[in-house]
Ligand binder design. Structure first.
Ligand SMILES: NC(=O)c1ccc[n+]([C@@H]2O[C@H](COP(=O)([O-])OP(=O)(O)OC[C@H]3O[C@@H](n4cnc5c(N)ncnc54)[C@H](O)[C@@H]3O)[C@@H](O)[C@H]2O)c1
Length: 265
């Protein structure tokens, strides 16, 4: 197993991509802190991991609340002694025409998607810098779930979300440079059209905004994807496992596309 006894934490892990990341990390032997705004959803993921023979704990963590983050990290370190892998995955989206976007849309997307990554990463990095490095000088790995929208701004109805995800890609690079001397790597994954509850909501909003059916919206997503299917959360989770493993020891500051070819830069 690639991650035997590594200690990992994942945010926004109660469903969707975060859940898949937790299951994949645990399947590779990591002990996983499954964190989410919703403690019950996190607990359900822990039950799934335990049913498969893995080790996990559930923690309530709202990534916009610095006090939640301190409490959650202390719980992990008190129990496991260190944090090897931290996945900033929590995210939200809303959709609207740019001229109709509200300040609430902007604040909500920026707070969870961008500020949440800053707050969690800073607290995690402060812990990781104190840890003993491995034989290759690595003290920890931070992996952010950005988005195709973090590289491709030319999409309708998502200006605020695009801004928040460009921020995640920029932050990934800036943190990678500052944390490299401490043996901490920082990378991001950029998913495309992933079948989750977030996407279900987006399909409904986009259908209304474009004046087409939800089926037509899904077909647009598939047509935009050269590999010709919607993405699964597991497609993203596999790349997160790679970045968390020793195979990716010399990769930092990257934002890796995992999108079936929907965007290639
Ligand atoms: N679904 C897609 O098509 C897609 C594409 C690209 C990127 N992403 C990104 O992937 C990540 C996961 O998205 P998903 O599709 O699995 O979404 P989802 O809505 O299915 O799940 C998101 C999870 O995050 C949690 N969450 C929301 N706000 C939180 C907060 N303040 N603190 C902690 N947890 C919070 C929710 O409770 C939920 O469990 C997000 O960052 C999203 O932007 C998704």
């Amino acid at each position: 197993m690639r991650l035997q006894d590594k200690v990992a934490g994942v945010t926004g892990a109660g469903m969707g991509i975060g859940r898949a990341i937790c299951l994949a990390l645990a399947a590779e032997g990591a002990r996983v802190a499954v964190t989410d705004l919703n403690f019950d959803w996190a607990s359900q993921v822990v039950e799934e991991i335990e049913a498969r023979g893995g080790e996990a704990i559930a923690l309530k963590l709202d990534v916009t609340q610095a006090t939640d983050i301190v409490v959650a990290l202390k719980a992990i370190v008190d129990r496991q002694g260190r944090i090897d892998i931290w996945c900033n995955n929590a995210g939200v989206s809303t959709m609207n025409c740019f001229v109709d976007l509200t300040e609430k849309d902007w604040d909500c997307n920026m707070n969870v998607n961008a500020k949440g990554v800053f707050l969690c990463s800073q607290a995690v990095a402060r812990q990781m810098v104190q840890q003993e490095p491995n034989s290759e000088g690595i003290r920890g790995k931070i992996i952010n779930t950005a988005s195709m929208a973090g590289k491709r701004g030319a999409v309708p109805f998502l200006a605020h979300y695009v801004a928040s995800k460009f921020a995640v890609v920029g932050l990934t690079q800036a943190m990678a440079v500052e944390l490299a001397p401490h043996g901490i790597t920082v990378n991001a994954v950029c998913p495309g059209y992933v079948e989750t509850s977030m996407q279900e909501q987006e399909v409904t909003w986009e259908a209304r905004l474009r004046g087409i059916s939800e089926e037509e919206v899904c077909q647009l997503y598939i047509n935009d994807t050269p590999l010709r299917r919607l993405e699964r959360p597991e497609d993203v989770a596999k790349v997160v496992v790679f970045l968390a493993s020793d195979l990716a020891q010399f990769i930092t500051g990257e934002a890796i596309n995992v999108n079936g070819g929907a965007f290639m830069d």
